[in-house]
Design a protein. Sequence first.
Length: 348
Amino acid sequence: MPTTVFGAFRSDSTLSDAGASSSVVGSTFQISAYSQITIEDGANGTIFDGDSNSNETANDPTQTFDDEIIFWDFTVSVTDGTNTYQIGLFDYDINGDGNSIGVDSEDGFFLAFIGGSVPPLNTTLTITAIIDNGPNIDVDTVVPCFVAGTQIDTPDGPRTIESLRAGDAVLTLDHGPQVIRWIGSRDLDSVDLQAKPKLRAIRIAKGALGDGLPLRDLRVSPQHRMLVRSPIAVRMFETDEVLVAAHKLLGLPGVCVDEGAPSLTYFHLLFDRHEVIYAEGAPSESLYTGPEALKSVGKDALAEIQALFPEITSEVYTPQLARLTPDRGAQVRSLIRRHVKNGKPLLA
């Protein structure tokens, strides 16, 4: 099925052709408007194909935007002076000759926002690093969600997530009981999981995070972020609590991909703001209304969310995260390695 990507066109950015082809660290640009594009799936619908060359020849000519071939070049890390973001650069073949020439005027490109964080409009962004320069990027960054059967803490005690309804109250770390505004679900059968194995849940064993948490085995989607609270986090990020995607915890004893499940159902909970809630007793995030997350809920669900929160359709809408979410893969891997090496729990 076609994939919707959220970002900005070259015409909505001051990033030059040369800058897009070479991504010089230290160069700056601004984005004046956001867009959405729909890319037709190619031979492998789980990735955006491309290579790291400036003068590209299509690896997958069946992956297209507006009937022209699209390529993924690389991902850069940028900063607005306070926050860090990841932006993927996609080239597409405007004149239909089968090539995308990085410094030629016929070349077009789209800046895609990766990992749910969106840089502000009309703000100077500085390229700090080229963080990925490989041949493809995963299409599926599953919206943060819990697997059916997960116990969620409420004022009346734990309840399975599938028993919760909009209007029910859930306990949050920062704001006490908060009412669920929307709850959605997504079923994945064996065909889905075989075709897209990156959709398989991450299993966090009982006690794997420290302090006896989670209280039972917990299964969440790969991109679902768990709270890490430790002195190591303070030393690395100057804050004692950060949110880290579950698949980044795979180096931790007791955390693994749940390969055995023949099917599963993911549930997502939405509140008035991004919250830290308790799943099997462990602090974890609610649904974050960033564009990368929202594009994964489906058109009908997105329409329901937009009816509840019309402000998310605004070009200047920037949702606030409940905690710092480090997006440099090397930093997060170092965070987990240091906990394992020193035998320190993620929840101190």
